[in-house]
Design a protein around this ligand. Structure first.
Ligand code: CP
Length: 307
């Protein structure tokens, strides 16, 4: 297989295991390019990409922009905070104005679940979802699974515990779909108030005791407490959350095996993850960020080919 089964990347739910393997194999090649003295290839020389971000981002925005520049695409960046969205312009008007500048691809982050899906039905350009509300964050899941494959040799058969605020997390849902498509076993762990009702219907194990989750897994993917999405209190205080669900080096050292610790970022240090665990020997957090560029290069390159 040399082409994706889709012309947009809206979610992991919509793509196949073969698509994911193709993205990984392509990312392997781009990772090799990124380690060369000259890190640029001409693959997307005639392509113009708009990064339109209606929500804050550091890693995803910079990683997409770098991936696009490494592929020699022309890049324009839009952030809603300093745009005419503030004057009441609609999403579709904003995007159509950007597209009239002859844009081939749109990378979009939006606070509303389904916004990239809506966009893909209304424009000709390829659409990549860079995170839509609490729904999906497909390139994050791809780079997470790619990092597990790199560290442990394969994703199939591995046990991955996703720990933290599952309820408000787009990373959790995309990870569940991606890991299961690749043959991993998935557990979710957190306070009962931060686990969606009926999450077990997705075929995941559910655990409320973080030490037991760590004992079960090969990989702990620790998620951020998303205070900006919490309109009510889901736990008494951050101190209590940290006491019962925070992960530190002592907990990792207590295990009779060495597990891998991941986090998509940004980290609330001292809340879901202590610095001695985030920066310690178990952590591959910065490798995740590094792999994000190769994965996004692969996604953009393959979508451009699917045109
Ligand atoms: N992991 C992630 O999506 O980070 P940003 O919000 O900084 O893009």
């Amino acid at each position: 297989m040399s082409q994706l089964s889709t012309r947009h990347l809206l979610g992991i739910k919509d793509i196949t295991a073969d698509d994911i393997q193709l993205i990984f194999e392509t990312a392997d090649n781009f990772k090799e390019v990124l380690n060369r003295p000259i890190k640029k290839v001409p693959s997307l020389r005639d392509i113009t990409i708009a990064n339109i971000f209606f929500e804050n981002s550091t890693r995803t925005r910079l990683s997409f922009e770098l991936a696009e520049k490494r592929l020699s695409a022309d890049v324009i960046n839009f952030s809603s905070s300093n745009s005419s969205v503030k004057k009441g312009e609609t999403l579709i008007d904003t995007v159509n104005n950007i597209l009239s500048m002859k844009v081939d691809m749109v990378v979009m982050r939006h606070a509303s679940p389904g916004a990239p899906h809506f966009l893909s039905k209304n424009i000709q350009a390829n659409v990549v979802n860079a995170g839509d509300g609490t729904h999906e964050h497909p390139t994050q899941a791809l780079l997470d699974a790619f990092s597990i494959r790199e560290k442990l040799g394969d994703v199939a058969g591995k046990k991955v515990a996703i720990i933290g605020d599952i309820l408000h997390s787009r990373v959790a849902l995309s990870n569940i779909f991606c890991l299961q498509k690749l043959g991993a076993e998935v557990m979710v762990c957190g306070p009962i108030t931060l686990l969606p009702k009926h999450i077990d219907s997705l075929g995941v194990k559910v655990e409320y005791d973080v030490q037991k989750a760590l004992e079960w897994c090969d990989v702990a993917n620790v998620l951020r407490i998303q205070l900006e999405r919490q309109q009510i209190k889901y736990f008494p205080s951050l101190r209590e959350y940290s006491l019962y669900f925070g992960i530190n080096k002592k907990m990792l050292d207590r295990l009779d095996k060495k597990i891998v610790v991941m986090h998509p970022g940004p980290i609330n240090r001292g809340v879901e993850l202590n610095s001695d665990a985030a920066d310690g020997e178990h952590s591959i957090i910065l490798q995740q960020v590094e792999n994000g560029v190769a994965i996004r290069m692969a996604v953009l390159y393959l979508l451009a080919g699917a045109k």
